[in-house]
Write a protein that binds this ligand. Structure first.
Ligand SMILES: Nc1ncnc2c1ncn2[C@@H]1O[C@H](COP(=O)(O)OP(=O)(O)OP(=O)(O)O)[C@@H](O)[C@H]1O
Length: 274
């Protein structure tokens, strides 16, 4: 699989038992690039979409599903049999094994199950810990950690197994501002494709090749961040700070308001030249 996500969804409908409404309604979209951000208000269906891609729905959480999903030209079920997909859910504590005495053991857990050697496990654990800034916490009990630290452990555990695709559902919600900044700059260097649900529109604008906008189980728009935040006119969706500043200062770039710090800088330089 190339680094592009190559995810195609056609006419996807999902309804939980006993519900009157679909959680996903006739969703059709094709990914562009390797890092896709998903935004939307509560109940938009963001978590349901990720849970379906991960196989949690309908395997563990029952739901009626119709439509087609393919990854790299294979249908989702076939792709999942041949590849590793990792998902970090909204509540990181529920994702810890509950069996590990230390953060090291927690990170090693899935690798042990994969039958890796001690040396391979140690190398993968040290690398994942280093990437998520957890090296100093490897000897600690997972029970002693803050919410943001638990989120980083859950992400490092997912990463240690070397997934072909990473799904992150609001995985930075409990991190402090500095932790979140490190986390998003680390995501930029991630070698595998990524689908990330987050309310951090500034970070998503900087990180993502494409943003999917969802509301009430429907896809409202799928486009590059600059296109999305310039076209969205719904108060339910926040705009990046760069967009707000550019609009206040009248700093356009190619007929649109910038959405990243770099774009804002370019627009300011252009304005000074003219
Ligand atoms: N296990 C479930 N059983 C029944 N209904 C569910 C279940 N999970 C989600 N729903 C419903 O499906 C709809 C979409 O929920 P979902 O969690 O996917 O949205 P979301 O965009 O992730 O929302 P949030 O941002 O609040 O997490 C909601 O109406 C929700 O109540």
């Amino acid at each position: 699989m190339s680094n592009d996500l190559q995810l195609t969804i056609s006419g996807l409908n999902l309804r939980y038992p006993g519900c009157q409404e679909n959680a996903l309604n006739d969703l059709s979209v094709a990914s562009r690039g390797s890092r896709i951000g998903i935004i939307g208000p509560s109940h938009a269906g963001k978590s349901s979409l990720l849970a379906l891609l991960a196989g949690i729905v309908p395997q563990m959480i029952p739901a009626k599903v119709a439509g087609a999903v393919s990854l790299a030209g294979q249908d989702l079920t076939t792709w999942r049999k041949r590849h590793d997909l990792a998902m970090v859910q909204q509540d990181p504590v529920s994702q810890l094994t509950g069996l590990a005495d230390t953060v090291y053991d927690e990170l090693a857990f899935s690798l042990l199950n994969q039958g890796k050697s001690d040396a391979e496990i140690d190398q993968a654990v040290q690398l994942a810990a280093d990437q998520l800034d957890l090296t100093g916490l490897l000897a600690c009990s997972p029970n002693q950690l803050s919410g943001g630290q638990v989120q980083r452990v859950a992400i490092a555990s997912a990463l240690a197994a070397g997934p072909d695709l990473l799904l992150l559902d609001d995985a930075s919600s409990q991190m402090d501002p500095l932790g979140r900044e490190h986390f998003f700059s680390w995501l930029k260097k991630l070698p595998c494709p990524l689908l990330i649900v987050s309310g951090e529109v500034d970070d998503l604008a900087e990180l993502c090749d494409q943003i999917w906008v969802m509301k009430d189980g429907r896809l409202v728009m799928a486009a590059a961040p600059q296109q999305v935040f310039n076209a969205l006119n719904d108060p339910a969706f926040d705009k990046p700070v760069a967009w707000k500043m550019a609009r206040k200062l009248g700093l356009e770039l190619g007929g649109r308001w910038p959405v990243t710090a770099n774009e804002l800088k370019k627009a300011a330089i252009n304005a000074n030249r003219n």
